[in-house]
Design a binder for this molecule. Structure first.
Ligand SMILES: Nc1ncnc2c1ncn2[C@@H]1O[C@H](COP(=O)(O)OP(=O)(O)OP(=O)(O)O)[C@@H](O)[C@H]1O
Length: 287
């Protein structure tokens, strides 16, 4: 993603004389942003996400700077006349991959989400959770610069939920942006760069201090190269223990991406230790 996606004075209503669902919405999604959207039922979260995904056009206002975008809708049409492997291979080809590369990418994503056993089962025969894995894979396959996730975790098993969190961390670490809605308030808690609430047709940026996220974290002790700068990652905390050495604490879902980034940085960082921890973090330990 090279520039920000901008919404200027955007409004959306579904009928000419119907009520405005959203009105006067200004929003900027920048490269690398992880953004959470929340709000009670029927307030317009999915409406906003469809606008961000480019599936719907605003009734008024402007949306500019659209990057390559992928979307996981709240309801994925699962009764498609394909197998998961066939569907994803077809989509990969639409995105410009050769047939062989598309088939490989399809298999890789299905494997990551534990869907290999039914990769060649007609999608109409899949359970809701299994077709949700296909919904998520079709969005990630496109290597999107902006990923829009509308309740994408719903119906996934625990392993696939963690895998999706990892995929989100990978996208933002690569400079992409991710916008998500999820009914679980602990989803990626403490990680988003911004949280917006849709309320009475408007978008309010939540400014209150986010409470320390509970749950599994990983504490990584690292020694930097001389003059090394910590990589830009959504860390729960980074504390310099002695000059050039840091204690990094990240949600477990982000630890793979953190370690890979540190080890592939040039000059690389020396990872001294990796330990699992159940937090809440101390407030002073937060970034
Ligand atoms: N295609 C449509 N045609 C007409 N009205 C619609 C359409 N889609 C949504 N609406 C209306 O717009 C309002 C906002 O709906 P939306 O689905 O965006 O809310 P939401 O916050 O995502 O809700 P939920 O949490 O239940 O998913 C609702 O009043 C809904 O009935």
């Amino acid at each position: 993603m090279h520039r920000a996606l901008r919404l200027d004075n955007v409004g959306r209503r579904y009928n000419l004389r119907g009520p405005w669902v959203l009105r006067n919405v200004d929003l900027m999604i920048s490269p690398g942003d992880l953004v959470r959207v929340e709000g009670t039922n029927g307030t317009g979260k999915s409406t906003l996400l469809r606008l961000l995904a480019g599936i719907d056009a605003p009734t008024e206002g402007r949306i500019t700077g659209r990057p390559r975008t992928a979307y996981v809708p709240e309801r994925f049409p699962s009764a498609l006349p394909f197998t998961p492997a066939g569907y994803l291979t077809h989509l990969g080809a639409v995105h410009g991959l050769s047939r062989a590369a598309a088939a490989r990418a399809a298999d890789d994503w299905l494997h990551r989400f534990g869907a290999t056993p039914y990769a060649r089962t007609p999608m109409s025969q899949l359970s809701k959770g299994s077709s949700q894995k296909v919904a998520v894979a079709q969005a990630l396959l496109a290597d999107p610069e902006l990923l829009v996730l509308d309740e994408a975790w719903t119906g996934l098993d625990a392993a696939a939920r963690s895998e999706l969190e990892r995929a989100v961390a990978e996208r933002t670490a690569a400079g992409g942006a991710v916008v998500f809605v999820d009914h679980d308030p602990s989803r990626l808690a403490g990680v988003p760069d911004a949280t917006y609430a849709v309320r009475d047709g408007a978008l309010d940026r939540r400014t209150e201090q986010v409470t320390a996220p509970a749950g599994p974290h990983v504490v990584v002790e690292v020694q930097g190269p001389p003059g090394g700068r910590l990589p830009d990652l959504p860390l729960a905390s980074a504390r310099e223990t002695v000059p050039g050495a840091y204690r990094l604490t990240v949600p477990a879902s982000h630890s793979d991406v953190l370690l890979r980034t540190l080890l592939t940085a040039r000059p690389s960082w020396h990872v001294v230790s990796v330990a699992h921890a159940d937090l809440p973090l101390d407030q002073e330990d937060r970034a």
